[in-house]
Design a protein. Structure first.
Length: 421
C-alpha cells in the first residue's frame, strides 16, 4: 500500500488499535442440533440487545442465502452457526422475540435470515443510524473507527463463505464483526440523541423491521450491467435470452451467474448479434474457459433472441406503474417538470440543513410521483397524506410537507421556490 505524504502543517494521527482476536476467544462453529439447543438456551437467558450478522457467498454461489450466522449478547457470548448444516433456526428466532437486534445494513441480511426462520420484532441498524447522524462514511469499519476508535480488519469480507471447513482467520473476522455492534449501537444512539434525531431513527428502524419482503423484479434481466449500451429492441431480446439461459444454468450449478458469463459478455453478444457459434466465440467475453465450455448453450440463447417475433420484442423501457423518466417531463408536462425541480431543490436544502443524505429525508420515487400527480387542491394536508401513502415516516412528513407544498405551488404559478423553514 502506498502511503500519502502529510502536509507540512499536519501531524499524523495515532494509529488506531486493531481488533485482532475475540475478547472471549473464538467459539466453535455450531453445526448440530444439540449444540444449537445450547445456543438457544444461552441467548434466551442473555440480557440486552443481540448483535446479529450473516455471511453470504455473493459472487460464488447462486442466490443470497447465508453460509454463516453470527450472534453476540451479554450473558451468552458469541455464537457462530453453520446454516448449511442447520437450515432451520426458527427456535433461535423465537428465543429472541421482543429483543432488539443490532445489525449493520440490515436490509442486506434480513432476507437470508428470514429464510432460516429468524425475523426481528425490533432492530437498530447501525448503518442507517450512521446515515441519519450525518457520518461521512457509513461502512462498518469506518463507523467503528469514527465512534469507537478501533480498527477492524476487513480482508475477508469478499471470500467464499460456502467453503468448508471455514478457515480460522475468517471465523475470527466474523466473530469480531458482532463484537463491536452493541457498543457501536450505544455510541450511535448517544450521537443521535445529541442531534435530536433518535426518534427519527426509531421510526426508520421500525419501518425496516416491519417491511414485507421485496417483490421480485418483473424483468430481472434489465439489471444487466452495461444495458444502457444496448440500443435496439432486437438486441434487448438477445440480452434477455442470454440472461435467462445463464440464470437457469447458474441455478442448476449453484454458482454465481457472473462466474459462468460476465454481464459484459452478454452485452457484447447482444450488440454484435453473432449468427454462428464460431462468430460468438470471437466475441469479447467468450474466450474464458467457463464461457467457452457452454458455447453451444450461449449460441442457442443468442439464436432464440434473434428469432423472437417482432411483436414480442421487449420494450426499450421497463414496464411500470410510475411516471415517465424525469428527463422526458419537460416535453410531456412542463408544469410537472417545474414542480419536481422546485421540490428537489427544497428537499436537498432541508437535508443539508439537517446533516443527512437527501434520500434518507425523502425517497426520490415518492417525490417524483407526488410532482407528477399532485393532489388537488395542492395543500399541506393532502400532500402529507399522499407522501404517507407512499411510505414516508411521520418525522419526514413533519420536515418536508410544508416546504414541499409551498415549492410546488410556487412552481405552478411560476414563482421562485421559497426558502425552506
Amino acid at each position: 500500500m502506498t502511503s500519502t505524504p502529510t502536509e507540512p502543517d499536519q501531524v499524523p494521527g495515532p494509529e488506531l488499535p486493531l481488533l485482532s482476536a475475540p475478547a472471549d476467544g473464538l467459539p466453535p462453529v455450531v453445526a448440530d442440533e444439540a449444540a444449537l439447543a445450547q445456543v438457544v438456551a444461552a441467548f434466551a437467558a442473555g440480557t440486552g440487545p443481540v448483535a446479529v450478522d450473516a455471511e453470504r457467498a455473493s459472487g460464488y454461489r447462486y442466490g443470497q442465502r447465508a453460509f454463516l450466522v453470527q450472534l453476540r449478547r451479554a450473558g451468552a457470548g458469541t455464537a457462530l452457526i453453520d446454516p448449511a448444516a442447520l437450515p432451520d433456526l426458527s427456535a433461535l428466532g423465537e428465543a429472541l422475540d421482543g429483543v432488539e437486534w443490532v445489525l449493520h445494513a440490515a436490509n442486506q441480511d434480513l432476507p437470508c435470515l428470514a429464510d432460516l426462520g429468524m425475523r426481528p420484532t425490533a432492530l437498530f441498524d447501525t448503518e442507517l443510524g450512521s446515515r441519519l447522524a450525518g457520518l461521512p462514511r457509513v461502512g462498518l469499519g469506518a463507523v467503528v473507527e469514527e465512534l469507537l476508535g478501533l480498527r477492524l480488519a476487513k480482508e475477508h469480507s469478499a471470500v467464499d463463505w460456502s467453503t468448508r471447513p471455514l478457515p480460522e482467520p475468517w471465523l475470527t473476522y466474523a466473530a469480531l464483526d458482532v463484537e463491536v455492534l452493541v457498543p457501536l449501537r450505544d455510541a450511535l444512539a448517544a450521537r443521535l440523541e445529541e442531534q435530536g434525531k433518535l426518534e427519527w431513527a426509531r421510526q426508520e428502524f421500525a419501518a425496516v423491521a416491519s417491511a414485507p419482503p421485496p417483490a421480485p423484479p418483473a424483468e430481472p434481466w434489465r439489471r444487466t450491467s452495461g444495458l444502457h449500451a444496448v440500443r435496439s429492441r432486437r438486441q434487448l431480446a438477445v440480452v434477455r435470452e442470454l440472461w435467462l439461459a445463464r440464470d437457469a444454468e447458474a441455478r442448476r450449478k449453484d454458482t454465481s451467474p457472473g462466474r459462468l458469463l460476465p454481464d459484459s459478455a452478454v452485452v457484447a453478444a447482444a450488440r454484435a448479434m453473432p449468427r454462428t457459434p464460431q462468430a460468438l466465440a470471437a466475441t469479447p467475453g467468450f474466450t474464458g474457459r467457463a464461457s467457452r465450455s457452454r458455447l453451444s448453450l450461449w449460441a442457442e440463447a443468442v439464436a432464440a433472441g434473434l428469432a423472437v417475433p417482432e411483436a414480442d420484442l421487449p420494450a426499450h423501457q421497463p414496464r411500470g406503474d410510475g411516471p415517465p423518466p424525469p428527463r422526458a417531463w419537460a416535453a410531456k408536462d412542463p408544469e410537472a417538470a417545474a414542480r419536481l425541480s422546485a421540490a428537489r431543490a427544497v428537499v436537498t436544502e432541508l437535508a443539508e440543513e439537517r446533516g443527512l443524505p437527501v434520500e434518507n429525508l425523502l425517497q426520490p420515487d415518492a417525490l417524483r410521483r407526488l410532482a407528477w400527480a399532485p393532489p388537488e387542491p395542492l395543500e399541506p394536508d393532502a400532500v402529507r397524506a399522499a407522501l404517507a401513502a407512499r411510505g414516508a415516516r411521520p418525522w419526514q412528513l413533519d420536515v418536508v410537507t410544508g416546504p414541499v407544498t409551498q415549492a410546488m405551488a410556487g412552481a405552478e404559478v411560476g414563482q421562485d421556490a421559497p426558502a425552506p423553514g
